[in-house]
Design a protein around this ligand. Structure first.
Ligand code: IPM
Ligand code: MG
Length: 361
């Protein structure tokens, strides 16, 4: 049976890193007869330049008809002065909300080979394996009303609304509890329940769910403390579940624990298992087109895609092993160079190294 994959390279380093991931996918598709059918489209700034909007109806329709979407990155200084409503980022947010991809899984795993690349001491991060479950289609990112409006005194005010319904909290909570069952059975729910009512409700709903998962231990933490604990003692965490904005911030922080945000993949899923897969990092316009970007987060996102939306666990594991092997072999892009016996490579050579590791396995 064929499965449809929509490839959206996007902007900045997007096309370069996507090229490495598709190299790997093309090889596995042929050698393991996975039956994947790829289509490509534009999103973000690339789509603005071509069609005037960051996400066209056609691309959204294509995405809806796909089993999975592999996305590079969106955005860049070129489009930063545009009106908020048609910025490249809106393309990404439109895909997330249009497909109801409410569950964002961001694993932060420290590869032992990269312990030195972390800014924290090796004993603090060695063996780190955290899963951040971020709510992705609600909260302050999407809450209405929002805007910038004039005040009576002639100045202006900006406002956004932070809201979550019980059902939105419950469905992301379930994803967290179920994910914890496949890991170390601990969920830490992160909120700001000492100040924000919306997160008082968040905490209540998490507590209501807990008895359904007696094998999982639920704890709660305020977001400011969580930010601190992540750098103080990150290994205390197994699964962290939180809202859209806190998840955005904490996942960047967790990424740095692992040495580089260039290593972090992500999956965004809806309730039918359809998913969008993208690296956690942005489009890095400053290094775009220079063969400098680390393609591993995108390659690892392709592995997550094979696992979660395409039911190809074996292929997913083969990619993950190949990535670990190239790190063993000492290949490093600029963001993860440490000292010692390493070979500094560019984007393309890193993709080739992963491909070679796959072929030799
Ligand atoms: C992320 C990014 C996006 C977000 C931006 C590009 C809209 O930072 O995926 O973490 O804020 O969600
Ligand atoms: Mg972010």
């Amino acid at each position: 049976m064929t499965k449809k994959v929509l490839v959206l390279p996007g902007d900045g380093i997007g096309p370069e890193i996507i090229a490495q991931a598709t190299k790997v996918l093309d090889y596995l598709n042929a050698s393991l007869s996975l039956g994947l059918e790829f289509t490509r489209a534009l999103v973000g700034g690339a789509s603005i330049d071509e069609a005037g909007v960051p996400l066209t109806d056609q691309t959204l329709d294509l995405a809806k008809q796909s089993d999975a979407i592999l996305l590079g990155a969106v955005g860049g200084t070129k489009w930063d002065t545009l009106d908020m409503a048609i910025r490249p980022e809106k393309g990404l947010l439109g895909l997330r909300s249009g497909l109801e991809l409410f569950a964002n899984l961001r694993p932060a795993i420290l590869y032992p080979q990269l312990a030195e690349a972390s800014s924290l001491r090796p004993e603090i991060v060695a063996g780190l394996d955290i899963l951040i479950v971020r709510e992705l289609t609600g909260g302050i990112y999407f809450g209405q009303p929002r805007g910038i409006q004039p005040l009576e005194d002639g100045s202006r005010e900006g406002f956004n609304t932070y809201r979550y319904s019980e059902s939105e909290i419950r469905r992301i909570g379930r994803i967290a509890f179920e994910s914890a069952r496949k890991r170390n059975n601990q969920v830490c729910s992160v909120d700001k329940a000492n100040v924000l009512e919306v997160t008082v409700l968040w905490r209540e709903v998490m507590d209501q769910l807990a008895p359904e998962y007696p094998d999982v231990t639920l704890s709660h933490m305020y977001v400011d403390n969580a930010a601190m604990q992540l750098v103080k003692a990150p290994k205390q965490f197994d699964v962290i579940v939180t809202g859209n904005m806190f998840g955005d911030i904490l996942s960047d922080e967790a990424a740095m624990l692992t040495g580089s945000i260039g290593m972090l993949p992500s999956a965004s899923l809806n309730s039918s298992g359809q998913g969008m897969y993208e690296p956690c990092h942005g489009s890095a316009p400053d290094i775009a087109g220079q063969d400098l970007a680390n393609p591993l987060a995108t390659i690892l996102s392709a592995a997550m895609m094979l696992r979660y939306s395409l039911q190809q666990e074996e292929a997913a594991q083969r990619i993950e092993k190949a990535v670990s092997k190239v790190l063993d072999q000492g290949y490093r892009t600029a963001d993860i160079v440490g000292s010692g016996d390493i070979t500094k490579v560019g984007t393309n050579a890193m993709g080739d190294a992963v491909l070679a590791a796959l072929k030799s396995a």
